[in-house]
Design a protein around this ligand. Structure first.
Ligand code: AMP
Length: 216
């Protein structure tokens, strides 16, 4: 399976990406995670990406596309992958088509995760992320057993810099302006399926798998 997840920030793409990649035994490629690792390690890529991420803006296409091209060329992506957070612009989607043509393959499905905006703001402003495994928690809706500590790996929880309220608003604007047009792009290619990303995480995963299996 070669899958793209599309959805606004806070839809739970990262969480579902982990479960879906495991279910289909494919590589999970989350561009936000790759950027965050590079920012933390202060690599040249991280230095380039940081100012855009902190402002809630997109990292320029040429930087992002080159990074994804390299990542999809790695061995573990050869038998399938799930892209989470890429593409986010129509030029990125066109570049992905080209990358896949060069690799002699194509997408099987694009899953849109939909949630209304009020719910997104609520989720993002209370989100806490594990510094160890990257799992997302929430101060109200999904608390760990010990305050500030991840149940899965004992890592310390932190609030992502781009989850502060002003940056959240900017990220949602960027989604509507630049990423939402991808829905039409993939619908025209007959690749789009949709899942309502609300309710329990397990239920969303089950519905996502049903939607994806319906496309294959
Ligand atoms: P995410 O974890 O997917 O919400 O991504 C966090 C931030 O990383 C975004 O707000 C962007 O600044 C940057 N980023 C991640 N993926 C992309 C992409 N495909 N294109 C441009 N910027 C991206």
């Amino acid at each position: 399976m070669r899958i793209v997840l599309v959805g606004p920030p806070g839809a739970g793409k990262g969480t579902q990406a982990t479960y879906l990649a495991k279910h289909y035994a494919i590589a999970q490629v989350s561009t936000g995670d790759i950027f965050r690792t590079n920012v933390a390690d202060q690599t040249p890529l991280g230095v380039k990406a940081r100012e855009f991420m902190d402002a809630g803006d997109l990292v320029p296409d040429e930087v992002t596309i080159a990074m994804v091209r390299d990542r999809l060329g790695e061995a573990d992506a050869a038998s399938g992958f799930l892209l989470d957070g890429f593409p986010r612009t129509v030029p990125q989607a066109e570049a992905l088509d080209e990358i896949l043509t060069d690799l002699g393959t194509k997408l099987d499905a694009v899953l849109e995760m939909s949630v209304d905006e009020e719910e997104l703001v609520r989720r993002l402003s209370g989100r806490r992320t594990c510094s160890g495994c990257g799992r997302a928690w929430h101060v109200e809706f999904d608390q760990p057993s010990v305050d500030g500590v991840c149940d899965d790996c004992n890592g310390k929880l932190f609030r992502r810099d781009d989850d502060d309220p002003d940056t959240v608003r900017r990220r949602l604007e960027v989604y509507t302006e630049q990423t939402k047009p991808l829905v039409g792009y993939y619908e025209a290619q007959g690749l789009l399926c949709e899942v309502a990303a609300i309710g329990a995480v397990d239920d969303v995963t089950r519905r996502a798998i049903a939607a994806l299996d319906g496309t294959s």
